[in-house]
Design a protein around this ligand. Structure first.
Ligand code: AMP
Ligand code: MN
Ligand code: MN
Length: 343
């Protein structure tokens, strides 16, 4: 599947419709917040930050959830608002409003996808250019650095002022998706948002250390092993180069690690100067891999991911691959060549 026409930022009418959907909720309305499977800092942070804001507005029957096992990566297991979380099996079956965060397609909602039909209304907050347009109300801004940018604007339009708890959640989301303000999406508006968040008194050093710079020693050893088997293929992508490695379930078991520790592995691989494209295959089943793709600019990896059943952004994307690692890599190589950006 090729990307459709370029998505435009939300219009004033889109914002007004979203505000109205929240404002018209009766006092006893049940609101369900859902973020994508295997939540990252943006998914969880934008969802919990928005949830805390709804609570300030007086929404009392409020749940937040995500598909799959109700376990959080340790680096996110301290966020304010975690008391809003319920396991997906306990989520309201027919909420008055469902709000989705950071999910580019309905499939990213896993077993919670039926809420799009059973809920009274469905509002989608996202920033993926590959967003499929699921749900009824859309606040999807492909120019936003993170879903939390969209969430903060909706909170402001609802009249919720930022406090330190909301700001902590939104700051985690913003720093996660901008690579701590290193990526291209780091616009003046991103820094202005960061300034508003920091003005609540939150401590960026503490937050960054907890989220990005704290891992068990076993994860350090695991990285050593997995990085040691990285392969550089300089001929891939018409000579732009591809670097890749993989981590198996057995690697995790041997080092007594949970899968989340592998999320940042791609950052250690993508720094390879000799490769435009970086790829990490993380085994999730006997013949199943969660694949992370990154590009430095010569390849649109969201096209690669979409062609293989996933999605994402131009320079950061992912999909679920089936087969052995070499087979999955072979398919990636073919699609990478097709996704070269004309220069
Ligand atoms: P990751 O490599 O997991 O950090 O993901 C990078 C980007 O790709 C994120 O924007 C994700 O939303 C997107 N992505 C990752 N995996 C998938 C998938 N299986 N389906 C759709 N999008 C994905
Ligand atoms: Mn995400
Ligand atoms: Mn995001």
């Amino acid at each position: 599947m090729l990307p459709g026409p370029a998505l435009a930022a939300p219009t004033e009418a889109d914002w007004a419709a979203a505000v109205a959907a929240v404002r018209r909720l009766p006092a006893d309305a049940r609101v369900l917040l859902v973020c994508h499977v295997n939540p990252d800092g943006d998914a969880l942070g934008s969802m919990l930050g928005f949830g805390l804001g709804l609570r300030r507005l007086g929404v009392r029957r409020l749940q937040a959830t995500f598909p799959g096992p109700p376990e959080l990566p340790e680096p996110l297991g301290w966020l304010p608002g975690l008391d809003l979380l319920v396991p997906s099996v306990e989520a309201y079956p027919d909420p008055d409003l469902v709000v989705c965060f950071d999910a580019a397609s309905a499939s990213r909602l896993g077993e919670l996808v039926d809420r799009l039909d059973t809920a009274g209304d469905a509002l989608v907050l996202d920033h993926h250019a590959s967003n499929t347009g699921f749900g009824r109300l859309h606040l999807v801004d492909p120019g936003a650095a993170a879903t939390s940018v969209v969430a903060e604007e909706l909170l402001a339009r609802l009249g919720v002022s930022l406090d330190a708890e909301i700001a902590t959640c939104l700051y985690v989301a913003l720093t996660t998706d901008t690579g701590s303000f290193r990526f291209e999406a780091t616009t003046p508006a991103v820094h202005q948002l960061a300034a508003r968040l920091l003005a609540t008194g939150i401590r960026p050093g503490d937050i960054s250390r907890r989220v990005f710079d704290t891992r068990p020693f076993g994860a350090v050893r695991l990285f050593g092993e997995v990085l040691g088997r990285a392969v550089l293929d300089p001929t891939a992508a018409a000579g732009r180069g591809l670097v890749w490695t993989y981590a198996t379930l057995d690697d995790l078991v041997r080092h007594h690690q949970r899968p989340y520790v592998l999320e940042s592995l791609i950052d250690s691989v993508r720094c390879t100067a000799e490769a435009d494209v970086a790829c990490v295959l993380k085994q999730v089943g006997s013949e199943e891999w969660a694949v992370s793709l990154r590009s430095k600019g010569a390849v649109d990896v969201s096209r690669v991911a979409m062609a293989l059943g996933g999605g994402g952004h131009r320079f950061a994307a992912g999909f679920t691959g089936h087969g052995d690692a070499q087979e999955v890599l072979g398919r990636i190589r073919v699609e990478v060549d097709a996704a070269l950006i004309a220069s």
